[in-house]
Design a protein around this ligand. Sequence first.
Ligand code: GAL
Length: 980
Amino acid sequence: MSYWQSMEPGAGRRAPRADALSNARRMSLNGTWRFRLCPTAMGTGADFTDPSFDDADWDEIHVPGHWVLQEVTPPGQLAPRSLRGTADGPLYTNTALPIPIDPPRVPAENPTGDHRLVFTAPQDWHGKAVLRFQGVDSCAKVWFNGVELGWSTGSRLPAEYDVELRPGRNVLAVRVHRWSAGTYLEDQDMWWLPGIFRDVELLERPPNGIEDHQIHASYDHRSGTGTLRVDTDVPARVEIPELGIVVPAGQEITLPVEPWSAEHPRLYRGTLVGESEIVDLAVGFRTVTVENGALLVNGRRVFLRGVNRHEHDPETGRALSHETMLRDVLLMKQHNINAVRTSHYPPHPEFLRLCDEFGLWVVEECDIETHGFIYTGWAGNPPAQPMWRDALLDRIQRMVERDKNRPSVIVWSMANESWTGENFDELEQWIRERDPSRPLMYERDPSYRNSDFYSIMYPSLETLEAIGRREEERPAGVSDAEDDRRRTLPFLLCEYAHAMGNGPGSLADYHRIMRSSERFCGGFVWEWIDHGFHHRDGEGQAFVMHGSDVAHRPNGGRFCLDGLLFADRTPSPGLRELAAVLSPVVIDVGRATATLHNEHDTLGLEHLELAWRVETEGEESASGVLDIPACAAGETVSLDLPVPAAPLEGETWITAEARLRREESWAPRGHVIARGQGLLEPAGAPPEPASAGIEVTLLAPRPGGGHLTLGPGRFDPLTGALVELGELPTVGPEVDLYRAPTENDRGQGGHNDLASVWSAVGLDRMQHRTDAVEITSHSLQVLGRSAPAAHGHGVAYHFEWSAPDERSLELEVTLDFTGPWTDTPFRQRDILVPRIGLRMALPRELDHVEWFGLGPGESYADSRHGAYVGRFGAPVDALQTNYPVPQENGNRQEVRWLRLTGSDRSLGVTGSRFSFAARRWTAQDLERARHPHDLRDSGKVWLTLDHAQQGLGSASCGPALPEQYRLDRSPTTWRVVFTV
Ligand code: GAL
């Protein structure tokens, strides 16, 4: 059988070893290589491996890179990326394998990229060297100066080969197969992106150089001492000048140190000095244990506020620059995230170095996922097949050996979603023997026999609460002994809160539950970044491409866009919400005090100061900055706020923000960690109308109708519709029960797909009828019904209009839901109404909004911690969140008043607290658009004023929208006042 269809992991490679920086010479072979694509693996023969082969007519390609994301071009014309055609383009599947399940065989159509590099070595550097590939997807065979070195699988893991470097000209030839036996082990939910996508390097190997080293650096919290021992394969000396350490490798030394933690990533830098090579050391002293059902680091519980991170760049796929990795780390730190699960493979080693340096707890996951075997009912699943043992173990060994010295890595995760099998026992045993210093995790085996953590994905709030109370149901098919053991384990939530599209909802609920029981040691939101690619359509319009933009089946569609960052790394509203929820400082603001709860694991609050301000309807009247008294982790401190005693009129809030008092390596001075607000003075009662208000006038009927006027409003006397407000022509307000479905409204599983019910029952196309227009002396009563075609359900509405003065028009709305609010008599699915409100169209010139309520960003019933009460303003266009798949967005909640202005005209709205959105298009337009650039200015501003809107949830992968965020359909009345 050909090597790419072999269950062997590779051949000819060197033994795996620690990733290290040393003073031995290193030559990057990244850059412009020659490239030839063949449609099959057998393709064009091995002629190109000959050093004298003439590749002058080959294309050029950039290494590291995926050939499916590059325009490979004739020599000398290396162009910016553009996606290749679909036959050999990027493919996206979720659980499905893109090849038939017939392991270890793969189809003959197996795009194969021959890569070739001719390079010149320095005259004084020749002889033995190591050639290292940090990542090649999915299988590569390598020749150096015409000599075959070997081959490897395991895309996100390094492979090293011994080479004989010649002074001057050397020729490297690499044949990369898109599909291989390794494909069966790499069925993660992500794009299939072949190529040499991580660095290629040549490493000098001095005689008697340091091949490998292992740092053992533990911390004893009782004595405050660290114990260090560095093992190597050759005699060497450990030097850590800061600690005065000069000891031979292999010798243990104990001395007082500061421990390493994500909150205080104390690294001691030093060197390992061998006879011919000096290796850099970055030592972090810490001890990780699981004791009595808790995850402890340095003897203390830690709580992981985590995200799942895939490697993604919208231009270069999984080929990331140093800047991009650093950006991820800084963005995480700035959003109160303290942990990363490297879903679902070891990241570029540089990312872990950054985690060591900036402080992030890492659950490092191996490059193993066999999810696609779900389609055979798990028949043939590699973890359960002895012949796959070596390939699986090889991956584990390459991960553990490479990253064993990283203090940030505190847990090894063996795999994702690969069901069960005895090979896991062997993987576990190997890790336990090689590295007893870190606990292990594997989520998918319900017996948890190979795991030090109990974990599941996407539980409902109720399920998570039950786990917190230790009352969860027992998984099927496990023995009493296994279940008893599982119940003693700490619970680590490896994936929750699916951040697809607008959402996720309930972040605060999940966090509250996880903080409520000692059984929890944290969790990881799914996921960090949208895997979308920047692309252009036939007309040159830029858009973010997802699975459905590729004509290939099977296809995971839009499911790759489920991150807290948009593909270009712009934070989404979901990330702002997460930052507020995860904040390690919780601030309660009273009338003249702020109480700070320090929820860090170990850190005091010395690095923070408290800025406070008093605002009446958003107008600041006093402010200051206070030092924060000593407050250790887990403690609470109260500060008096010197709020002026003078009486304030109008709704007045105190806002207190804990912010960095100095610049930190990961954020500027003044960066806000936590915010709290307290109401100082409630809003006064609304003034009573002086009289009964203004009388209704019926203007002389004219052909075609005539008008009713009431204060600033003109109405159609037949339909009762408002047609003009002051000088402003209007359409509506009319009853609106619809929102453009979010990804979470299109939830998985029949019962969670609310959007298909809405569409089936016509919520998006209600028809409005007027039954009566009644005039009393001071009011206009409009009664009617809004309902969809072909169905019996609807809402009876009653609009009561009055005019308190010449400039204001008040509307009291009463709605009564009538009819059977289930989709059909046969299916009886309850219809969850997404919104109860009004919508109206206004002139397009009213394109700026100022409001007093929650802001500045969007907020929803179950995602509002990132917003706060204040006075905000923005152009209508800036109120939109450009989700790459258009959907409901831009809602602002708890609004007391708003004012739309433009071209010297304005419209004010007040009333019982409401939420609003203002856009240049309707919800129906939003729903129809495939990409943001499909949205067209309708020539109007569409204003929705909601009495209530249901929450977001995260049902795109997860539980149904929790009960408390659904709208009930009982009769309801509310009030709005329009002022011109
Ligand atoms: C999980 C899986 C992730 C991703 C997520 C849904 O089951 O581990 O890789 O597919 O669901 O987006």
